[in-house]
Design a protein around this ligand. Structure first.
Ligand SMILES: [Zn+2]
Length: 100
């Protein structure tokens, strides 16, 4: 069995050790974002135009899925901060600077 590595920190995950498969699905959500009926046709025409020019790009704009293999530490850190919001702030604000 080939060695596997955490795709976040690069740490080796021993065979049979606990590991996590993180799957991210990003789906376009048009609901509520269409201002009025008149523009729906425009959107459809726009989408159709994109479909002709580059179907793969259109598909990626509407739906994307990614899969990552994570070690337990990275899985825990990801679940604590899935959008990496705390990480962005950490350089400027000391830990514990904010209280929820
Ligand atoms: Zn890791």
């Amino acid at each position: 069995m080939a060695d596997t590595y955490c795709e976040r920190c690069g740490e080796k995950i021993e065979g049979g050790a606990l590991r996590y498969l993180l799957t991210i699905n990003v789906t376009a959500d048009f609901e509520g974002s269409l201002p009025n009926e008149g523009e729906i046709e425009d959107l459809e025409a726009f989408m159709a135009q994109m479909d002709r020019s580059d179907p793969v790009k259109l598909r990626n704009d509407v739906f994307q899925t990614r899969g990552f293999l994570l070690c337990p530490k990275c899985k825990r850190e990801f679940m604590n901060d899935p959008l990496a919001q705390k990480t962005h702030d950490s350089n400027e604000e000391p830990q514990g600077g904010r209280v929820h």
